[in-house]
Each structure stands twice: as structure tokens, then as C-alpha cells.
Design a protein around this ligand. Structure first.
Ligand code: COA
Length: 333
């Protein structure tokens, strides 16, 4: 039996909401609490599909058997905020036909492979539910002693898991792309610097012989680009940014792709291609049909990679202030 997770797609929301109803019905019949997910429909799942949450669909041998979602920002209890490096397991539901098979525990552990910066996980559940307690304990959670009491709802026990193992970047398989907020620019800059460091090393570029190289890009450039209205995108493994790119509009039809980057430890997993495909979709969605890029012409592997991804080489130029040849490529929808 093969258990897997995928990022939930809007088209799965209806099926998931039926499973959610079936899974939460016994709890609703016990507590009659107004906030019970048994009372909610697919809209409840659709509103989790954004940067602030991660909703995963749980599959057993390719068949949908449940869902799980984590809140990344906001509140984890009526009084506590979700802090940096913290994740709140807001809900997990498994179809009653597939319960008591260890699926929830395995799904939780699979999700945790995606959250690169996580140090603490929180979950709460009705204190009296022995089955839930065992499940979370088996996934590494333990009781904080904290209890949440609200009117017309069961008392909730708050459990917490502390991450003790170093994170394995090779485990990330479902990173997501979202637009960058202004307060994330310095994290993006770190990603750009670390990513273009490998290029600087490969071509012997230093602050002395190539001060304008992307590996030395100053923060004010990103701030200015944001102010100019460039579309900036980051690739997120949970809350950690592991990749970056931006698009500027050259004309109604044509856009320029800048600073495409994936952190070295996350490369060769198709994430660069994922960013590139997102750029193509974003350009098409805004009515454009052309993407232009400039590269180090001598970077044959990179040039061939763009060509394999549908770009065409359009020319080269030599600038006196750059110790390499500039190469240009173009993609047309
Ligand atoms: C280009 C880049 C974004 C690709 O990221 P990625 O997540 O590894 O991309 P994918 O997994 O989709 O594709 C991997 C392919 O990229 C190609 N590639 C591009 N540049 C490469 C490089 N310098 N070294 C090795 N492979 C490179 C290879 O064909 C590789 O294929 P492989 O995995 O079979 O070896 C990443 O290498 C990077 O950040 N490089 C430094 C910054 C840079 O040069 N950006 C482009 C500026 S125009």
C-alpha cells in the first residue's frame, strides 16, 4: 500500500469536504459544537488554498482517503500567535473506512518533510479523544498541559512537537510559488546571493572584477524593483524561501525574467523548471507572449537548459565592464 500526499487542488475540494463530513460526524454527534467541520462544505477547504496555509490531499494507492492542513501564520489558539519556525496542524481527517491503519501518522510525517524551517508543531484536539491523543503521540507530539476552553465546545488539549533532526532538503517535493511581500525582500536577497555564489565561483567573479554580478546585488535594487511594480515570486518549502525570480514588463507583449534562482541544496529536483513554467503562465495570464532573459553566454549547461525548456538563442554582446559575454534567449508562447 502506497501512501502519498499532494498539494490540494480546487477540483478536489468537493470530494474532500464529503470525507471531512464523514470523518467529523461522530465528533459532532458527541459534542454538537458549532465550529465542527462536519457542518462545513467545500468552501471551507477552498479558503485554505493560499500562502497562509498548506492543504494536502492524502492518497492511498492513488485514491483520495483524506486531507490535512497546516496554518503557517495567524493564530494557533484564541490567545497565541503562530511564531517564526512554528506550524499549527489545524486539521486532519481520514475517511472512516480507512481509519485505524496508521494513515494519519504517516501523512503527518510526510507533510513535515516539506517544511524546511520548522522547529515546532502544534495541534489541539478534544481532550477526551484517546484515539487522537495516540495518533499525535505516535507522530512525535507531546502534551503541553495547556487547555483551551470555549463556550459550547469540548475542552481542547494542546500538544506540541519539537523538531530534533536536522532538516533534509532532499525530502522536499511539493514547494509552492507565491508573490513576494515587501517584508520578504531580504530573505529573497539571501537566496539570490547564495544561489548566484555558485555562478561567481564557477566563473571566478569577484567584487573587484565584476561588482555588478547578481551575487553582490544590493537590497535597494530589489526594493526599487518592487516599487516599479515588477512581479516578484518566491518558491516556498513551508515558510522558508528556497527559490526566487522576478518578471518586468518590457512592452504589452514582452516580459524580462530576472534573477531566477534555486538554493544549491534544493537543485536538480525540477524546481527551476517549476519557476520557469510559472513565469510562462504568469506572462500568458497578463496577456503577454514573450519572455526574454540574459545569461552568461559561456554557461553552456544553463543555455542548453533554457533551450530544452523552449527558449531560443537570439544573440550575444560583449560589454567592457563584464569579464564574460552576455547571451540572450527568448521564449514565445
Ligand atoms: C538555473 C537554476 C535556477 C536551475 O535550478 P534547478 O532547480 O536545479 O532546476 P531543474 O531541477 O528544473 O533543472 C536542473 C537542470 O538545470 C540545468 N542547469 C542549469 N544551470 C546549471 C548549472 N550551473 N549546473 C548544473 N546544472 C545546471 C541542468 O540541465 C540541470 O539538469 P540535471 O538536474 O539533470 O543536472 C539553478 O541552477 C540556479 O539557481 N543556478 C544559479 C543561478 C542561475 O544561473 N540562474 C539563471 C540566471 S539566468
Amino acid at each position: 500500500m502506497n501512501l502519498s500526499i499532494k498539494i490540494t487542488n480546487a477540483s478536489e475540494a468537493e470530494e474532500l469536504s464529503q470525507i471531512q463530513k464523514a470523518a467529523f460526524q461522530p465528533l459532532y454527534e458527541k459534542f454538537h459544537d458549532k465550529g465542527n467541520p462536519f457542518l462545513r462544505g467545500s468552501e471551507d477547504i477552498l479558503r485554505r488554498l493560499n500562502k497562509f496555509n498548506r492543504h494536502f490531499t492524502i492518497l492511498l494507492d492513488g485514491r483520495i482517503v483524506g486531507g490535512i492542513f497546516y496554518r503557517l501564520y495567524g493564530k494557533r489558539s484564541p490567545v497565541d500567535e503562530i511564531g517564526e519556525h512554528e506550524y499549527y496542524l489545524a486539521r486532519i481527517y481520514i475517511h472512516p473506512d480507512y481509519q485505524n491503519k496508521g494513515i494519519a501518522r504517516k501523512a503527518i510525517l510526510l507533510c513535515e518533510k516539506e517544511f524546511a524551517d520548522a522547529k515546532f508543531y502544534y495541534v489541539d484536539f478534544p481532550e477526551v479523544m484517546e484515539k487522537n491523543r495516540k495518533c499525535y503521540q505516535s507522530a512525535g507530539y507531546s502534551d503541553t498541559g495547556e487547555r483551551i476552553t470555549m463556550e459550547d465546545a469540548p475542552t481542547l488539549a494542546m500538544f506540541k512537537k519539537t523538531v530534533s533532526e536536522p532538516f533534509d532538503p532532499a525530502g522536499v517535493s511539493l514547494p509552492m510559488i507565491y508573490e513576494v511581500e515587501p517584508n520578504e525582500l531580504s530573505e529573497c536577497l539571501d537566496v539570490i546571493h547564495q544561489s548566484f555564489r555558485t555562478v561567481a565561483d564557477q566563473f571566478g567573479l569577484t567584487k573587484e572584477n565584476c561588482p555588478k554580478h547578481t551575487s553582490f546585488l544590493p537590497l535597494c535594487f530589489l526594493e526599487t524593483q518592487k516599487n516599479w511594480g515588477w512581479n516578484m515570486y518566491a518558491l516556498y518549502a513551508g515558510k522558508k524561501i528556497i527559490g526566487y525570480m522576478s518578471l518586468s514588463k518590457e512592452s504589452d507583449d514582452s516580459f524580462v525574467l530576472h534573477n531566477l534562482a534555486v538554493l544549491p541544496e534544493y537543485r536538480h529536483n525540477g524546481f527551476g523548471k517549476q519557476l520557469l513554467n510559472h513565469a510562462k503562465d504568469a506572462v500568458k495570464a497578463s496577456g503577454g507572449s514573450v519572455i526574454k532573459i540574459g545569461i552568461i553566454e559561456e554557461s553552456t549547461v544553463l543555455k542548453n537548459w533554457y533551450i530544452a525548456n523552449g527558449f531560443v538563442h537570439t544573440g550575444t554582446k560583449k560589454f567592457d565592464h563584464l569579464p564574460f559575454t552576455s547571451g540572450y534567449l527568448e521564449w514565445k508562447a
